[in-house]
Design a protein around this ligand. Structure first.
Ligand SMILES: Cc1cc2nc3c(=O)[nH]c(=O)nc-3n(C[C@H](O)[C@H](O)[C@H](O)COP(=O)(O)OP(=O)(O)OC[C@H]3O[C@@H](n4cnc5c(N)ncnc54)[C@H](O)[C@@H]3O)c2cc1C
Length: 521
């Protein structure tokens, strides 16, 4: 433990620790200190140790400042003074933060380096994949002398980027996500051929099902095509999830849920896309992967959520990953410093991204089709946005085109009230429009509604008749699909509430229905 009397001397200590190549796990700062307050200290200190957990000590009167700091310095916790008895109020908090810090793949993997071009979709894909899987890495542009040294050492050239140099010194040229997963310690191959429950999709619903399934003794595998956390993992701050009065970032919630699932013994496979489900007529369900291999299970939970719809305007497709991004792409935030950025969408996801990017960008423009945000965004976010001077909302405005040579340089916007168009200079467009389930791979095996969402329980009973091919002498259980033993949870389910809490709840509920199903077998 290193103790300092002021923010300045603490920063001096932090710099010294950095130069010595050591780590900082947790930083606790008093809000009220001479010359520099605790938030200012944490803001500067996190430049050196962004992964260190951050705690602010406050008096009751400063609670508002602490709450403000949550967005500014991504505070992990604030402690109200006095924290007596420390055994109850202080040590457990510090212990939990130390545990969380120790569990992040930090010390060795910290040296993963990614070398790439600034405006390159494959380079962005690599960085985004690592970030979503919570793998820390150093990003080096090709013109950085360190990048040149690394490429030369590996016998590679600029033409080979993106190149990932792993902590053990291996260089991966234009790696696939599966290559990356294998090299950063994520599991991609199933340990067994048969499970009690196979969960497809590791967003909140899938993670919820995995935690409850594994904790209740079911052999549980969780299969994820990309990165744990799903849409929630992209959220800069979820403020309405029960038990987190100060909000929680999607990355933190995902990190906790993933550790919880693994602790209970769930197996987690990453970068494995499920492309087929077989098993009607038998009691074994088979999930097929893209490479032709398969796993079998007594039951399946479909928790594949939804994906953003593409913005249909000329020029944008070619610029995806090179200035046009779907979802929050938080890896890009530092590069947006002092820039004009555009966000399309009027729901909470767009609002959160606007607040997040407003800490970096000169100005954030939110483009919405409607007259204002009130129909699609939570009240608390609308209020937050009103208070941020560098966010501007443009009602009745759509993007009708984008152009640029090697990256986005201009957007054409249309004012829906007058039909007039105008061109704006920008290199950043983040799209958060509607979402669709990617369930085509289910084919006819599972009944879906006309938008592709999975029908479950009572929704399958057309005028009291059970679904075609349903052979059991009972109606489908509440979250059960048209194939017995296959359940759907979260956003992929027809008519579901699109929220983190409901997804987690449905994941848990699916497990209790699975018990019922297995008992009746
Ligand atoms: C930026 C953002 C902010 C949000 N903020 C909030 C908020 O503040 N509060 C709130 O309550 N809700 C919020 N939401 C909504 C919330 O995140 C979703 O309702 C929730 O994540 C749904 O969980 P899910 O598990 O059903 O699906 P998802 O989160 O969509 O996860 C589905 C997972 O399945 C995987 N998958 C899909 N197909 C396959 C396949 N074939 N094989 C293997 N894996 C597959 C996907 O890669 C994904 O990881 C936000 C959403 C976004 C995008």
């Amino acid at each position: 433990m290193v103790r300092a009397e002021s923010g300045d001397s603490a920063l001096e200590a932090i710099r010294e620790i950095k130069l010595r190549g050591e780590q900082v796990a947790v930083m606790l700062a008093d809000y009220r200190m001479p010359h520099m307050n605790g938030i200012q200290f944490l803001e500067q200190a996190m430049e050196f140790f962004p992964l260190a957990r951050r705690v602010l000590l406050t008096a009751y009167a400063d609670t508002d400042a602490a709450i403000d700091a949550i967005n500014l310095v991504d505070l992990d916790h604030y402690l109200l003074k006095p924290w007596n008895p420390p055994e109850e109020k202080l040590y457990p908090v510090v212990d939990a933060l130390l545990d969380a810090w120790l569990a992040t793949p930090d010390t060795s993997i910290q040296e993963t380096r990614v070398i790439g071009h600034r405006w390159s979709a494959p380079s962005f894909a690599v960085r985004d994949f690592l970030a979503r899987n919570l793998v820390p890495y150093r990003w080096l542009l090709t013109d950085d002398p360190e990048a040149a040294r690394l490429l030369a050492a590996a016998g590679l050239t600029e033409a080979d980027v993106p190149v990932v140099v792993t902590p053990d010194g291996k260089s991966l040229v234009k790696p696939t996500e599966a290559d990356l997963a294998a090299h950063v310690g994520l599991s991609t191959t199933p340990a067994s051929e048969f499970y009690d429950v196979a969960v497809v999709g590791a967003g909140p619903a899938g993670l919820g099902a995995a935690v409850y399934g594994a904790s209740e003794g079911l052999r549980t595998v969780l299969v994820e095509q990309r990165a744990t956390g799903g849409q929630a993992g992209q959220s800069s701050r979820i403020e309405n999830y029960l038990g987190f009065p100060n909000g929680v970032s999607g990355a933190q919630l995902t990190d906790r849920a993933r550790r919880q699932a693994l602790r209970f013994g769930a197996e987690l496979l990453t970068t494995r896309e499920v492309v087929g489900l077989e098993g009607g007529g038998t009691t074994t369900r088979l999930l097929r992967f893209g490479d032709g291999t398969a796993i079998a299970a007594h039951t399946v939970v479909l928790a594949t959520g939804v994906s953003y719809r593409r913005l249909d305007a000329p020029g944008l497709d070619e610029l995806t990953g090179r200035g046009v991004f779907y979802g929050s792409a938080s890896t890009e935030a530092p590069s947006c410093a002092d820039q004009e950025i555009y966000i399309v969408g009027g729901a909470n996801s767009a609002g959160q991204a606007a607040v997040y990017f407003s800490h970096y960008a000169r100005r954030v423009h939110i483009l919405v089709r409607g007259d204002d945000l009130s129909r699609s965004m939570s009240h608390y976010l609308i209020d937050q946005i009103k208070d941020v001077p560098n966010i501007e909302v443009h009602p009745r405005t759509t993007v009708v085109g984008g152009e640029g040579s090697d990256h986005l340089e201009r957007l054409t916007l249309c004012d829906g009230r007058t039909g007039t168009t105008r061109t704006v200079d920008t290199s950043w467009l983040f799209v958060f429009i509607g979402a669709e389930p990617r369930t085509d791979w289910l084919g006819d095996a599972i009944a879906r509604d006309r938008h592709g969402f999975v029908l479950t329980g009572p929704d399958l009973l057309a005028e009291g008749r059970r679904p075609a091919g349903w052979a059991l002498p009972r109606d489908p259980y509440h979250l059960e699909s048209s194939m017995p033993g296959v359940f759907a949870a979260g956003d992929v389910r027809s008519d579901s509430v699109k929220r983190v809490a409901s997804a987690v709840g449905e994941g848990a509920m699916a497990v209790s229905l699975i018990h019922r199903y297995l008992e009746a077998q």
